[in-house]
Design a binder for this molecule. Structure first.
Ligand SMILES: [Zn+2]
Length: 285
């Protein structure tokens, strides 16, 4: 490598780190709908004549970057910020968009949790329990609660005209569910995902990992169902966690990223959830 080339790489590295964080991105999804990402966490927004509606701000740094990009690319005001659920790694940074004319929306239980934990983000003033429909310009947005699955008040965000659905945390495409499934209600995840599959959409943008279609969501649901059945079946037979981790293989799903690394952890997550929710360890055989 020539000295010149090394110097160029150094310079371009400096440019990337000082000018803008390389991980932040905006990607077109469909028509006036875009994905916003910090690399690991994804949100979406729609741009209309009457302004922008966006979902999770992700973090203060991500929100500041997004605010600048929205201004320079579209130059219409942000009108709605919709929180997908209560977790700080998705909804922090809301204050960056808090100004007159901007409405913050969340499920009632997400708001309750943000208040109770004194979360350092904008607290939503518009809440709902089952469903809420928003119109902005010519764009319709449907928010729906599907029951408990992960976190508090975790909803789906549907854009019926674009046939795009956004779900954060409880549907993950192209990758295994996260490690030991912290805070997950496995049966709730299965029920909520079945509910989503009855909806009309072509594209699902996840809050993590990949964007996919309805077949990808079916594949994910099938993984959850088989994981749950395998662990439950083993526990009914009195097997230990270590035995389950040694015996259960779901190789039909080995194309999912982190399959080998996280399968034992996913098994542990379901095992612990069945103890927490169903007290299976207290059954008298
Ligand atoms: Zn998440």
């Amino acid at each position: 490598m020539t000295l010149h080339k090394i110097f160029f790489i150094l310079l371009s590295g400096l440019y990337v780190s000082s000018a803008y964080p390389a991980n932040f991105s905006i990607t077109p999804v469909k028509d006036n709908l875009y994905q916003f990402s910090n690399g690991t966490h994804h949100a979406v927004f729609v741009v209309t004549d009457e302004g922008i509606a966006l979902t999770d701000p992700i973090s203060e740094a991500a929100a500041k970057w997004l605010k600048g990009e929205l201004k320079s690319r579209f130059d219409v005001p942000v009108r709605y910020v919709i929180y997908s659920h209560n977790h700080p790694d998705h909804v922090y940074g809301g204050e960056v968009f808090a100004e007159p004319g901007v409405s913050f929306i969340a499920h009632q239980w997400a708001r309750d949790d943000l208040l109770a934990t004194q979360a350092d983000t904008e607290i939503p003033e518009l809440v709902f329990n089952d469903e809420m429909r928003i119109f902005l310009g010519d764009t319709q947005i449907d928010l729906r609660y599907h029951g408990p699955n992960n976190g508090k008040g975790s909803i789906s965000i549907n854009f019926p005209q674009q046939r795009v659905l956004h779900v954060v945390d409880w549907i993950v495409l192209g990758r295994m569910p996260y490690k030991t499934l912290p805070g997950y209600d496995i049966r709730g995840m299965i029920n909520s995902t079945r509910d989503v599959l009855a909806m009309d959409f072509d594209i699902l943008v996840g809050g993590h990992a990949d964007t996919g279609n309805k077949d990808d969501v079916r594949f994910y649901l099938s993984y959850l169902e088989q994981l749950y059945e395998a662990v439950l079946d083993g526990m009914r037979k009195g097997k230990s966690l270590q035995q389950l981790q040694q015996e259960i293989r779901l190789d039909e799903f080995e194309s999912l990223k982190m399959y080998e690394e996280w399968l034992p952890l996913n098994i542990q997550g379901v095992y612990n959830d069945l103890i927490d929710q169903s007290y299976l360890h207290l059954r008298q055989e």
